[in-house]
Design a protein. Structure first.
Length: 219
């Protein structure tokens, strides 16, 4: 069964570069970003892991935990962290799951159930579908899924932007328009009728009856 938005993120136990974790327990009352990599020592992923380390404070202030995943054992990911620091200026300051038994990759529909064998014998191309970003809420539900090809580095500034939208819309009856950034105007949610909207927002701009624009409730 393919995971979709609103599904409960599969729970699991795994070894990481920061010790053993139980995923749901590790998330706790926070939000989480799980981002996966086909193999340690891959060039595009090296840049991604380093950039995530450099912007971790942006996730911290939003109560978001970061965790990486690589289809390799712990020692490979620890050695890779040294290279990441040397080439990107920042080493991972968050755990990296060592998914050498493919358990997490299978749970999250990134590898077929029949995959088995020695993770070190597999090439990045064998694991090329392990290039996802999952944003998971404190309720352990999947809020966002992004899937990238191996040749395209991920835009983690966009992930931060989406988290701002997800956190805002989870607490207020609004939606965010195209290219929205924190503090910009928002749209009254379609689930709110005009009578309810008057009670909540007072007034709004209405270029069309189905587009009701108000200032963001959070600046």
């Amino acid at each position: 069964m393919t995971l979709k938005l609103g599904d409960t993120a599969p729970d699991f136990q795994a070894e990481t570069t920061e010790g053993a974790i139980s995923f749901h327990e590790w998330i706790g009352d926070s939000w989480a970003v799980l981002f996966s990599h086909p193999k340690a020592y891959t060039p595009v992923c090296t840049t991604e892991l380093g950039y995530m380390a450099s912007i971790k404070p942006e996730f911290d202030k939003r109560n978001v935990k970061i965790i990486g995943l690589s289809v390799d054992p712990v020692d490979s990911n620890e050695g890779w962290s040294v290279d990441i620091r040397e080439t990107q200026g920042a080493a991972p300051n968050y755990p990296i799951i060592s998914d050498s038994d493919f358990n997490v990759s299978k749970l999250y529909d990134m590898l077929p159930a029949e995959v088995s064998g020695d993770a070190k014998a597999r090439t990045p191309a064998d694991n090329q579908t392990v290039r996802n970003v999952f944003v998971i809420g404190p309720d352990k539900k999947i809020k966002l899924i992004l899937v990238y090809p191996m040749t395209t580095g991920r835009n983690f500034d966009e992930v931060v932007r989406v988290i701002d939208s997800l956190q805002l819309t989870a607490n207020h009856k609004v939606a965010t328009p195209v290219n929205w950034k924190q503090g910009e105007d928002v749209i009254i949610a379609g689930s709110v009728n005009n009578e309810q909207a008057k009670e909540i927002f007072g007034s709004w701009e209405e270029p069309k009856p189905y587009i009701r624009i108000v200032p963001s409730p959070v600046k």
